[in-house]
Design a protein around this ligand. Structure first.
Ligand code: FES
Length: 150
């Protein structure tokens, strides 16, 4: 009887790992790729990325993005969409036809005011020309109720 699954040190270590996992869930894919190894006892670094918000500035609240629609953020030149509830996508808000700023999401498409091209909110593909190229995707992270670029 070696008792490797005892209740003493193993239990507390497991609790620390579980807490780290919960932090990862809360951070929603932010930087959890390498923090899951239990070899390093990071007890005090509760949120590795909370201090450095260089790429993590909140763009919007998740509630600001309508399901089945989206919102254009002209300053960041990005459009964030929510094709289905809880699924967020982001694209460069620059038309692939002649580079006009996209300014509207309606009717399930991201629309260009210049010549009327329309792009699908789900994947940025062209729904209506004259554009022929899809919108380039942007990476977006959902952190709690916040949507962040990167
Ligand atoms: S620039 Fe957008 S349709 Fe021409």
């Amino acid at each position: 009887m070696t008792g490797t699954e005892g209740t003493g040190p193993n239990a507390s270590r497991r609790a620390v790992v579980a807490a780290a996992g919960a932090t990862c869930l809360a951070a929603a894919l932010a930087a959890c790729g390498d923090s899951g190894d239990a070899s390093q006892p990071k007890e005090d670094s509760s949120a590795p990325d909370s201090g450095g918000d260089g790429a993590g500035a909140a763009l919007a609240a998740a509630a600001d993005i309508p399901v089945g629609g989206g919102k254009v953020f002209p300053d960041q030149k990005v459009v964030v969409t929510q094709p289905t509830e809880g699924e967020f996508k982001a694209y460069a808000a620059i038309c692939t036809h002649q580079g006009s700023a996209l300014n509207e999401v309606s009717g399930g498409t991201i629309n260009c005011p210049l010549h009327g091209s329309k792009f699908a909110i789900a994947d940025g593909s062209v729904k209506k020309g004259p554009a022929t190229q899809p919108l380039p995707g942007k990476e977006v992270t959902v952190d709690g109720d916040s949507i962040k670029l990167g």
